[in-house]
Design a protein around this ligand. Sequence first.
Ligand SMILES: CCCCCCCC(=O)SCCNC(=O)CCNC(=O)[C@H](O)C(C)(C)COP(=O)(O)OP(=O)(O)OC[C@H]1O[C@@H](n2cnc3c(N)ncnc32)[C@H](O)[C@@H]1OP(=O)(O)O
Length: 164
Amino acid sequence: MGQQTVDPVIAGWAAGFRPVRDGEYFPPHSPGCVGCGPANPHGLHLAVRRHGEGVQAEHTFDDRHTGAPGVAHGGAVAMAFDDLFGFLLYLLGELAVTRDLRVSYLAPVRLNAAYMLRADHGARVGRRIPVSAELRNHDNVVVATAEATFVVVDTHHFTRAAGR
Ligand SMILES: CCCCCCCC(=O)SCCNC(=O)CCNC(=O)[C@H](O)C(C)(C)COP(=O)(O)OP(=O)(O)OC[C@H]1O[C@@H](n2cnc3c(N)ncnc32)[C@H](O)[C@@H]1OP(=O)(O)O
């Protein structure tokens, strides 16, 4: 992400997250976000909406995210989970970052096939927010799961990380 876009994005986060109704789509984390940013040509372009107190996204991995032939790279699947978790923050109204992420790959994730991602959060303990997610195929079979710990930070975390 270039110098021009870092400050407005962080300023937007500092202003707080807009409330989103059930079923409504969230805005991307930033235009250049590799998970959901519409301006990132290498990204997943996840479109994530609220589902009750959780979030969900229908997603199709394509040839840009190839691992074995015809199969999504495990890193791309992990990225989808990580970015999906980032949308729970809109519901929690907290700024937080991934401290750890554990993915269980239960079956190959095929390219050019539609999958459904769904994530939920647990209760915040101290600065820790536990989150979990599933990836299901069109037969509603769970093909991957993920658990992560997000740690609440303030906007200085991001301005420091961006070198300002
Ligand atoms: C708006 C956001 C967009 C989201 C985009 C999608 C998500 C992302 O990709 S985020 C990017 C990837 N993640 C990062 O870059 C984070 C890098 N890591 C860091 O900056 C730091 O390690 C950071 C901020 C997470 C924690 O550091 P620090 O502030 O020193 O906290 P620290 O004291 O170590 O721990 C904080 C709390 O977490 C707990 N904790 C730390 N690690 C773990 C762990 N592995 N498991 C459980 N708890 C843990 C600690 O016990 C402590 O708990 P409590 O507050 O209850 O005492």
